[in-house]
Write a protein that binds this ligand. Structure first.
Ligand code: HEC
Length: 190
C-alpha cells in the first residue's frame, strides 16, 4: 500500500515537472527586442489614432461633419507628423482607396491591406503585423466613419460636394461598418 502511494507521488511529481518544463519557453534575445519594438511602434500608432479620433469627435460636436471635414483637410497629416516628431520615427496613414493622394498605399502596403481584408471576411480578428522593419496596424471602419466614408452621395449630397471640391480624386467613399479602411505604417524605432 505504502509502496503504491510512494510510486504515485513520484509519478505525479514527474508529470508536474514535465508540465512546468513545457511552459518555460526560452525566447532568444533578438526576439525579445523585436517584441519590445513592436509594442513601442503599436503604442505610437495608437497614440496617433487617439489624437486624430479625439480631434475628429470634438470638431463634429462643435460644428458637424462639415466642420470636421475642414479640420481633417488641414490637420490630419500635421497631427500624424506631430507624433512622428515626438518619437523621432515615421508614422503614416495609408489606404488603397485614398481620399488624399498623399496617403496612397504602396504596392507592398496594398498587398497587406488585401490580406487584412481577406482575414476580416473570414471573421478573423485583425492584429498588427511586422513587415520588414515596419509595423502595419489595420484601420477598420465603425458607424461614425460612414458620415464621411459611407454612401455620402445619397446620405449627405452637400457634404459629398464639399469633399469632391477638396479632393477631386477622392476614392474613400462607399464603405460600410467593419471594413478595412487602410493601415498605419510605423517605422520600428532603432
Ligand atoms: C468628418 C469627416 C470624416 C470622418 C467622420 C472620418 N474621416 Fe477619415 N478622412 C476624412 C478626410 C477629410 C480625410 C483626408 C485627410 C487628409 O487630407 O489627410 C480622411 C482620411 C482618412 C484616412 C487616410 C487615408 C485617406 O483616405 O486619405 C483614413 C485611413 C481614414 N480617414 C479613416 C477613417 C476612419 C477609420 C474613420 C472613423 C473612425 C474616419 N476616417 C472618419 C474625413 C473623415
Amino acid at each position: 500500500m505504502k509502496k503504491k502511494l510512494f510510486l504515485s507521488i513520484v509519478l505525479l511529481s514527474f508529470i508536474g515537472c514535465k508540465k512546468t518544463e513545457k511552459k518555460v519557453e526560452i525566447i532568444p534575445e533578438t526576439k525579445v527586442e523585436e517584441k519590445v519594438l513592436k509594442q513601442k511602434s503599436l503604442n505610437f500608432a495608437l497614440e496617433t489614432k487617439e489624437l486624430l479620433g479625439k480631434n475628429l469627435q470634438e470638431k463634429i460636436k462643435e460644428g458637424g461633419a462639415e466642420n470636421a471635414l475642414n479640420f481633417c483637410n488641414i490637420n490630419a497629416i500635421p497631427l500624424t507628423k506631430s507624433i512622428s516628431d515626438k518619437y523621432k520615427t515615421n508614422i503614416k496613414r495609408v489606404s488603397d482607396q485614398p481620399r488624399n493622394q498623399l496617403n496612397t498605399a504602396s504596392e507592398k502596403e496594398k498587398k497587406h491591406i488585401n490580406l487584412f481584408k481577406e482575414r476580416i471576411a473570414k471573421g478573423e480578428e485583425l492584429k498588427p503585423e511586422l513587415v520588414d522593419n515596419q509595423l502595419y496596424v489595420p484601420i477598420v471602419t465603425n458607424a461614425m466613419c460612414l458620415q464621411c466614408h459611407g454612401n455620402i452621395e445619397d446620405n449627405n449630397p452637400l457634404l459629398a460636394a464639399k469633399i469632391k471640391k477638396l479632393y477631386p480624386e477622392d476614392k474613400a467613399t462607399g464603405y460600410s461598418e467593419n471594413q478595412v479602411r487602410g493601415i498605419f505604417v510605423v517605422d520600428l524605432p532603432k
